[in-house]
Design a protein around this ligand. Structure first.
Ligand code: FES
Length: 87
């Protein structure tokens, strides 16, 4: 598991092994626009301000993934203990 921090509020949310970032955010009342929920469409892509993402989507290019400044929250996870989202 890992955690995400909401940059604008400082709120920290735990993401369990069987949970997605998207679902954990929704549980806290933070609703991100989504469509496919499978890493294809890019609708859920959110700014990543800190931490290292474990990209699972097929929407971002390899170059974009390497830049580590955006993340598809419907399916991607974290390699670092915490991600900071630009929300
Ligand atoms: Fe389609 Fe996340 S909702 S990539």
């Amino acid at each position: 598991s890992f955690e995400v921090e909401i940059a604008s509020t400082g709120q920290v949310i735990q993401i369990g092994e069987n949970d997605t970032i998207l679902n954990a955010l929704e549980d806290e009342g933070l609703f991100i626009p989504v469509s496919c929920e499978e890493g294809v469409c890019g609708t859920c892509v959110t700014r990543l301000l800190g931490g290292e993402a474990d990209h699972k989507d097929v929407f971002l290019t390899d170059e974009e993934k390497a830049q580590m400044d955006q993340i598809a929250v419907c399916c991607s996870r974290a390699k670092s203990p915490r991600l900071i989202l630009g929300l």
